[in-house]
Design a protein. Structure first.
Length: 317
């Protein structure tokens, strides 16, 4: 099978352009999903503490290393610092906990999951009596400065951001001595992130596309809400090319030089999502898909609207 393209990050480290997402992959399903993915050829797994399944992802990784299918150095493992651990004195412990969960001694990439912090040392979604998330005003620059020594120590080979808007990215770049190399953001045809991609790439930061299939299992989707993969224009294109809509959506990001991390716990889909390496989209098809952009954000993080660092409230991109 054709190999997944590898992108060189601005710090010289390679990242496989296609990875497996793990949000909402239940502990009982994710062990097999990650094992299947590694058997199929995936070498990049996207994790996060808040997904609640790092121990099981780690179990699958350890099993495949023990079987001799892969070596640790063949894998690219990303995880993310959750919002309740932004306070500088909590950052090291959070990373060590993630490493312990994943049974690893280093991560390839550690991201600040969101720029906005939540009240520390309690629930991961600390809510008041009315169900409103309780914020913390820790500045993400202080969080970043706490991450830098951990990268120097080798606990994370690269550092990055997630859900940071262009102004927030710039603010980190101005303060950072270890530069962020990735910004992981929602990205698919309805929200193609063209401006953010251009902005970040001009500054040595690659985008990773999350929810590339439109996250049909997102918990806040309203019943009957149209799904990206059901879009008739995409279905027509997929039929013309003899591919599935999911394959078109994944290949779209590969054509654009964006890293892409579709999630599935279904072996047949994990396989077909990987079978995107032996065909290309014509430039006019990429342009056609680009034209579907409608600022259609599917992960708006409404729970923390009003936070001074909410990335999607005040700034254009
Ligand atoms: N940094 C951040 O804030 C965020 C990061 N992420 C990351 O990005 C990953 C991907 O995004 P996510 O929101 O999960 O959504 P995706 O867009 O990857 O969609 C996942 C859903 O699509 C289904 N699916 C997968 N492949 C196919 C296929 N070939 N045909 C039909 N349906 C398919 C999956 O079902 P099934 O599993 O049942 O097969 C699942 O329901 C996450 O898992 C996570 O790792 C996501 C959101 C936010
Ligand atoms: O990665 C993510 C998916 O789930 C979380 C909510 O539970 C989001 O906050 C986050 O962006």
């Amino acid at each position: 099978m054709v190999k997944v393209p590898v992108i060189k990050l601005s710090n010289g480290k390679p990242i496989p352009q296609l990875g497996l997402g793990t949000w909402q992959s239940k502990p009982g399903e994710v062990v097999q999903a990650v094992k299947d993915a590694i058997d199929i050829g995936y070498r990049h797994i996207d994790c996060a503490f808040v997904y609640g399944n790092e121990p099981e992802v780690g179990e699958a990784i350890s099993a495949k290393i023990a079987e001799g299918v892969v070596k640790r150095e063949d894998l690219f493992i990303t995880s993310k610092l959750w919002n309740t651990f932004h306070r500088p004195d909590l950052v090291r412990g959070a990373l060590l906990k993630t490493l312990q969960n994943l049974k690893l001694d280093y991560l390839d990439l550690y991201l600040i999951h969101w720029p906005q912090a939540y009240k520390e040392e309690g629930e991961l979604f600390p809510a008041d009596a009315d169900g409103k998330i309780q914020f913390s005003d820790v500045d993400y620059l202080d969080t970043w400065r706490a991450l830098e020594p951990l990268a120097r120590e080798g606990l994370a080979r690269s550092l990055g951001l997630s859900n940071f808007n262009s102004k927030q990215v710039e603010r980190v770049l101005q303060a950072a001595s270890v530069k962020p190399v990735v910004n992981q953001v929602e990205c698919h045809p309805y929200l193609n992130q063209k401006r953010l991609q251009e902005f970040c790439e001009a500054r040595g930061i690659k985008l990773t596309a999350y929810s590339p299939l439109g996250s049909p299992d997102r918990p806040w989707a309203k019943p009957g809400e149209p799904q990206l993969m059901d879009d008739p224009k995409l279905q027509t294109l997929a039929a013309r090319l003899g591919k599935t809509v999911a394959q078109i959506l994944i290949r779209y990001q590969i054509e654009r030089g964006i890293i892409v991390i579709p999630k599935s716990v279904t072996r047949s889909r994990i396989l077909s999502n990987y079978q995107v390496l032996d065909f290309a989209l014509a430039p006019e098809d990429v342009t056609l898909i680009d034209s579907f952009h409608c600022n259609g954000r599917l992960v708006p993080m409404t729970a923390s609207l009003g936070h001074k660092y909410h990335p999607f409230e005040n700034d254009e991109f």
